[in-house]
Design a protein. Sequence first.
Length: 235
Amino acid sequence: MHKMQYFLAIILFVASAFMVQQTKAQETDWALNATLIEACSCPMFCQCYFNSKPAAHSGQGSHEGEHFCRFNNTFRVNTGNYGNVKLDGIKFWVAGDLGGDFSMGQMDWAVLTFDPSVSKEQRDAVAAILGHLYPVKWNSFTITEDAAMEWNYTKDRAVAKLNGGKTAEVVLNRFPGNTDEPIVIKNLRYWGAPRNDGFVLMPNEVNAYRIGDKPFEFKNTNGFMITLDINSKDI
């Protein structure tokens, strides 16, 4: 076989193999139903759900009037799968900053942390699904060292901690309404998830990420709980 023909045959073989892998990934059946304890630096309620720019801030090492949304999104999966990999009951944490203007779908940074009990197969599944739940681009997206994750809530209070709060911490308290039932925002989309049971308004007592080169801590800013649902048929 001529050298050029041989070279082209190798290219075609590699390209074909890559396309097969892509097709398999696209055909993988997956689903995620998860509840989040979430908080950010924006005032209550986070304007990022209605605008392309977060609220302006001062302090926290920022310039006067600087726009950012520094967040902690803490997940507990109710039910889920990625192919044959079961995700029921796993916990993971996404912290970061949406940046000053995300009108073009470009966010600043995010860090993903897993509870040590999450297996490698489950981690790979979460990484694949998060790309659909948060269909945006990040200037930086990293996975950091595992940290034991506490996650619990009642009707009146929600608490999530990484490494006992040394790594990160979110504490929410129910916002008082006309009754002792929570205030819930309905019919508002959560990122790429087409279904949710409403944003349960719970301002934060603390919203903190305490490691790395971009730590932050806010008190009495935005917080909520939400249960979302998304699967491969939605994409």
